[in-house]
Every structure is written in structure tokens, then in C-alpha cells.
Write a protein that binds this ligand. Structure first.
Ligand code: 8YV
Length: 315
């Protein structure tokens, strides 16, 4: 049997790449110098697209591949894929939910703890000799017993809240409706009211046109100079310009961010700030989770071309 032709949008580690190469003809878009010519050449033969959450697909890719059947996303977020356009063309879209939930929650909580307790600076204080030369490290802010607002109590938000309950944080959340699986936590639907209530505001929403800039100047003002915002979702959920203004003016106390507009080329204003922790979009970046994500990308493609039901279809 001839191997199906797949357009590969971005890099995968070798333990994912090798099985994909064995089962499919992988056409590596990310290695092509002339992307338009590459798409024009391979597009008509392409039956599947393998991409990553933050890379998604472009309109040019969809237009160049008239025989496309499936887009398999390595990531839970599929906001970078035009799912409505895919559905209209009969193209299935799959993602990698569940397997990354706990690791993403772990990183979010770790960022919150590390930023609150000044751990990056404290490590530097030891390494550069400041401890010996200057003495005790400046005091930092307590975490336990404070109030957290979780904006979006889906799978990842739930795991964040569950972890923070172990730190004796008072937990409130916002979502489209109160969740019966969260009877002990306070439902505050309005994001401004949630931020007003919270010391720590976690952004754990699936990104969409509706949630774009849901964390805006009003939410940031409500969070206030002692508040911290933690984003492990998508940059677009926060008005980044408003956040930079607030961090510079210290009308918001701090931020811990794994995602940025235009990443990996983030706004240089972030780098001049000492009240922000920056991470390179690696909340799902453990061997265990990334291997499970890669397997799901493969399994969805294999199912499609074996005529079997897709494992994690989103449309
Ligand atoms: C990325 C993600 O896909 O799950 C998501 O939506 O954004 C991430 O897991 C990951 O960085 C791999 O590119």
C-alpha cells in the first residue's frame, strides 16, 4: 500500500519522527526555503497535516491541499487552526487533550511559587556571591492561605485548583457556568470580580475569538498592585500591551508567563522587568507528556487512513 502524504508543519523529536516517517511520506514544510513553491509542489498529494498547537495551519496550507482529510494537532489548543473552515471542507481536526493536563498545571503552580518567593533571583543571589557579600536575601511574599482566581475551570484549570487547595489557598473560579464537579470552590463569573477577589489570577481558558483579551486593563486594575497573573493558556487571552503597561507602572504586582504574542520573539519590554517570570512555552514539555502527545498525533493519523474512528476529534 502506498503511504499517505502528510504535510509536517513543525519539528518533532526523533521518537515521534521515526514512526511517522515509517508510516507516512512526511513532507517537512518547516525545512523548505521557499514555502509557497513547496506547498504548490506537494499540496495536491497531501492527505493529512501534522502540526503543533502553537503553529496550527495557515489559509495557504488549506488552500494548497484540496485532498486534505485530517489535521492532527500536537497540543490541546487548536486555536491556530481554522476549525470552521476545516469542518466546512469535511476535514477532521484532532488534538492531544488529557495527556498534558497535569504537567501544564504543575508548571503553572511552580511558576506561581517560584515568582512569589523570588526563587530565580534568590538562586542568582547565591551564585553571584551576593549572599556572602550582602547577607540575607530580600523578603518575599507568602503563598499559602491567599486567594486564587482560576479563569476557566476546564481540565487544566481544575488541576491547578486541586493542587492549590493543598496549599490552603481560597479557591474561586470563573467559567460559562458553575461546575458541579467543584462544589467547594466559589463561582465568580465576572472576570473583573474574580480578579478583584484574587491575589493570584490563573489564566487557563481555551483560547478563542470570544476569549481574546478577556484579561484586559479592567481585569488587571482589579487584580491590583499586590496581585499576580499566571498564564499557561495562550497569549491572546491577555491584552499584552495592557499587561506590560501595568507591570511597568506596578499597578499589577507580578506576572508569570509561559506564552507570548509573536513567540518565540517576545516583546523586549518584558525583559526589562524584574516583576515578571518568563518561560519558553514549555508547560507540556516533559518527556512523558510529549511522548504521549506524539503518540496521539500518530494514532489519529493512523486511524484516519485505516478508516477507523479518530481518537480525539474536535469537530
Ligand atoms: C504545544 C500547546 O503544542 O498543548 C498546547 O496547546 O500549546 C503546547 O503543548 C507544545 O509546545 C508543542 O509545540
Amino acid at each position: 500500500m502506498t503511504k499517505p502524504d502528510i504535510l509536517q508543519v513543525g519539528y518533532y523529536p526523533e521518537w515521534d519522527q521515526d514512526p511517522l516517517d515509517a508510516a507516512f511520506n512526511m513532507h517537512k514544510y518547516f525545512e523548505a526555503d521557499d514555502k509557497d513553491a513547496f506547498l504548490a509542489n506537494v499540496g495536491p498529494s497531501i492527505k493529512g497535516i501534522a502540526t503543533r498547537g502553537e503553529l496550527g495551519t495557515t489559509q495557504a496550507m488549506l488552500d494548497a491541499c484540496p485532498n486534505l482529510e485530517v489535521v492532527s494537532v500536537y497540543g490541546v489548543g487548536y486555536d491556530a487552526v481554522d476549525v470552521a473552515a476545516c469542518t466546512a471542507r469535511g476535514i477532521a481536526v484532532t488534538n492531544t487533550p488529557d495527556v498534558l493536563t497535569d504537567d501544564v498545571a504543575d508548571l503553572g503552580v511552580a511558576m506561581m511559587l517560584a515568582q512569589s518567593r523570588g526563587m530565580i533571583g534568590a538562586s542568582q543571589w547565591v551564585r553571584d556571591g551576593s549572599w556572602e557579600a550582602k547577607g540575607l536575601y530580600p523578603l518575599q511574599s507568602r503563598v499559602w492561605g491567599k486567594k486564587v482566581g482560576v479563569l476557566g475551570l476546564g481540565r487544566i484549570g481544575f488541576e491547578v485548583a486541586k493542587r492549590l487547595a493543598g496549599f490552603d489557598l481560597d479557591i474561586a473560579y470563573s467559567d460559562v457556568s458553575a461546575k458541579d464537579y467543584a462544589p467547594d470552590w466559589t463561582f465568580i463569573q465576572d472576570p473583573v470580580a474574580l480578579a478583584e477577589h484574587a491575589d493570584f489570577l490563573f489564566v487557563t481558558l481555551a483560547a478563542s475569538v470570544e476569549t481574546r483579551h478577556i484579561v484586559d486593563k479592567d481585569v488587571l486594575d482589579a487584580l491590583g498592585p499586590d496581585g499576580m497573573v499566571i498564564n499557561i493558556s495562550r497569549a491572546g487571552n491577555i491584552d499584552e500591551a495592557a499587561l506590560l503597561d501595568a507591570l511597568e507602572a506596578k499597578t499589577v504586582g507580578a506576572a508569570a508567563l509561559d506564552v507570548f504574542e509573536g513567540e518565540p520573539a517576545l516583546d523586549p519590554r518584558f525583559l526589562a522587568l524584574d516583576n515578571v517570570m518568563v518561560q519558553p512555552h514549555h508547560a507540556s514539555g516533559t518527556y512523558e507528556t510529549r511522548k504521549a502527545m506524539g503518540k496521539l498525533v500518530y494514532d489519529n493519523l493512523a486511524a484516519q487512513f485505516a478508516g477507523k474512528p479518530l481518537l480525539t476529534k474536535v469537530n
